[in-house]
Design a binder for this molecule. Structure first.
Ligand SMILES: [Ca+2]
Ligand SMILES: [Ca+2]
Ligand SMILES: [Ca+2]
Length: 151
């Protein structure tokens, strides 16, 4: 389950979904290390996309290169339940996840494709790379999980 916990946490960062109970299972350091495949202490866009493709594969369970909003919410809710999240807050989580999903579903057809997923992570990478050096330091990476987009 460790990989799943890391993946869930990565979803929290990458799509970023929610905080609190769902953040259990993988620290920010764990997530950073999981993405930093060459271990040099910074993340390139290639490392980020390579990692997010693994996340995509978990979300796209039938392997057709896309996942729907319903699939997305179902998978995250299952992982949240496995992680011991409060079932009474499932609706609230679902609402947050729907918003996050819609933020990645650029053409708003209820389905996220590989292209949309990659594009979302490229945008996100660029927005996190505050010094513009093409790499995410741990500080830049960590800063991402906190800000809330205007809603
Ligand atoms: Ca690296
Ligand atoms: Ca699919
Ligand atoms: Ca940077």
């Amino acid at each position: 389950m460790r990989f799943a916990a890391t993946i869930l946490a990565a979803c929290l960062v990458s799509l970023p979904l929610a905080t609190g109970a769902l953040g259990q299972g993988a620290s920010l350091q764990d997530q950073f290390a999981a993405i930093d495949s060459d271990g040099d202490g910074s993340l390139t866009v290639a490392e980020t996309i390579a990692f997010q493709r693994k996340v995509f594969a978990l979300l796209d369970q039938d392997g057709d290169g896309a996942f729907s909003r319903a699939e997305f919410i179902e998978i995250l809710e299952r992982q949240a339940a496995d992680a011991g999240a409060d079932a009474a807050q499932a609706d609230q989580r679902g609402g947050i996840w729907t918003q996050r999903f819609d933020g990645v579903d650029f053409d708003q057809n209820g389905i996220v494709t590989t292209a949309e997923f990659d594009q979302a992570h490229e945008f996100r990478f660029e927005s996190k790379d505050t010094d513009g050096d093409g790499r995410l330091s741990f500080a830049e990476f960590g800063a991402v999980a906190l800000p809330r987009p205007a809603e």
